[in-house]
Design a binder for this molecule. Structure first.
Ligand code: XIL
Length: 349
């Protein structure tokens, strides 16, 4: 009886975006043009989100699979959905070493090959100028295991342009849309492990160097793909958020989800574990006033990237998102809602 009452109260509650907005935060989710065509999916986005993020549609491999032949059809559909429904659109992502077109590797090794990246940024950011309020400009440029100075990742961009490519990407994006907020996006920053600690340190130092060079970087995106079983380093994670905020940067969790691959118990136990782990992270993150946004990487377990990226050995679907496969709100939805309720209010940015 009590459980039924709780469930119906949950079903009737305002969407996450409304709850987030009450605290000066924004809430959104990664979407695809294909799924937005499904009525139930579109309705769920309208109900829960005030921001949409193309999950793949703006990646270079999607927009220019043939050199010089841009294709923005999926991104345009998502932008149209956002405009029609009065949602904002986040851009993801301009300089990532993955999901790149097949022709890129050779192009980057040509003389001044790095210019091809800058031209890509000019083209995409100016095309969506005024329609994308915030861009993940550079994504995943850090990998301490690659043993480069500064813990940078040894990507084809780095090989072509050295560290300077990162600042130049921000400069180009800023020139193409001076009103867009520009974000550096990274993962693996929350755990109690040597690896996470090296990643936190390298990320903070990269942001410090970018600021020192006067690069137009406005904030940090923390992907927040967290995996159950990895202990969160509450103290160091909170200190990291404070340090980033201390640089005058805003922070948003950009790709939040909880990988439950290693949990083999029945669904209700998995849901409870996912929810309490999520709550642990979100309570720390949302307590920091520089954290201004939260995006889930997908909205419903019906379409969950983890099912292919990190398949469960029992063949079951992941239960990592705020709506289940039938668009019902999950215990994770509740955890997000409660964490938003507990968060201090901040002025919207
Ligand atoms: C993932 C998408 O969800 C998948 O559909 C695609 O096949 C690969 O990329 N970090 C990121 C995202 O920054 O762009 C990735 O998205 C997930 C990891």
């Amino acid at each position: 009886m009590l459980l039924t009452a709780t469930r119906s109260a949950q079903a009737a509650a305002a969407g996450l975006a409304v709850q987030a907005e009450a605290k000066g935060l924004y809430y959104g989710a990664a979407v695809s043009a294909e799924h937005l065509q499904e009525q139930a999916f579109g309705d769920a986005v309208v109900r829960e989100c005030d921001v949409v993020v193309p999950e793949n549609a703006l990646k270079w491999g999607a927009t220019e699979s043939r050199r010089g032949v841009p294709n923005y059809s999926d991104a345009d559909q998502i932008a149209a959905f956002a405009a029609t429904n009065h949602k904002r659109m986040r851009g993801h992502t301009l300089a990532w070493y993955r999901t790149t077109p097949g022709w890129l590797a050779a192009a980057l090794t040509e003389p001044r090959g790095i210019e091809v990246l800058y031209s890509h940024i000019d083209a995409v950011v100016s095309r969506f100028r005024g329609r994308i309020f915030e861009w993940d400009v550079v994504n995943e440029a850090i990998e301490p295991k690659d043993n480069l100075d500064g813990g940078l990742r040894n990507t084809a961009y780095y090989k072509a342009g050295g560290e300077a490519y990162i600042a130049e990407c921000f400069a180009r994006a800023h020139a193409a849309d001076p009103d867009a907020r520009l974000v550096y996006n990274e993962y693996g920053l929350e755990y109690d492990s040597g690896n996470s600690e090296r990643r936190r340190k390298a990320t903070l130092q990269l942001l410090e160097r970018l600021k020192a060079r006067g690069a137009p970087v406005h904030g940090l995106g923390i992907q927040s793909h967290i995996k159950l079983g990895n202990p969160i380093d509450e103290r160091r994670y909170a200190a990291f958020l404070r340090d980033v905020a201390g640089l005058g940067l805003t922070i948003r969790l950009t790709e939040f989800d909880v990988d439950d691959s290693d949990l083999t118990t029945a669904a209700p136990y998995r849901d409870a574990a996912v929810a309490s782990y999520a709550r642990q992270l979100l309570d720390i993150a949302l307590d920091q006033p520089a954290v201004i946004g939260l995006m889930s990487w997908g909205l419903t377990d019906r379409y969950n990237w983890l099912d292919s990226a990190s398949p469960r050995t029992d063949g079951d679907h992941h239960r990592s998102l705020p709506l289940d496969a039938n668009y019902n709100r999950t215990p994770l939805w509740n955890a997000i809602s409660q964490s938003l309720a507990a968060a201090p209010a901040r002025s919207p940015r």
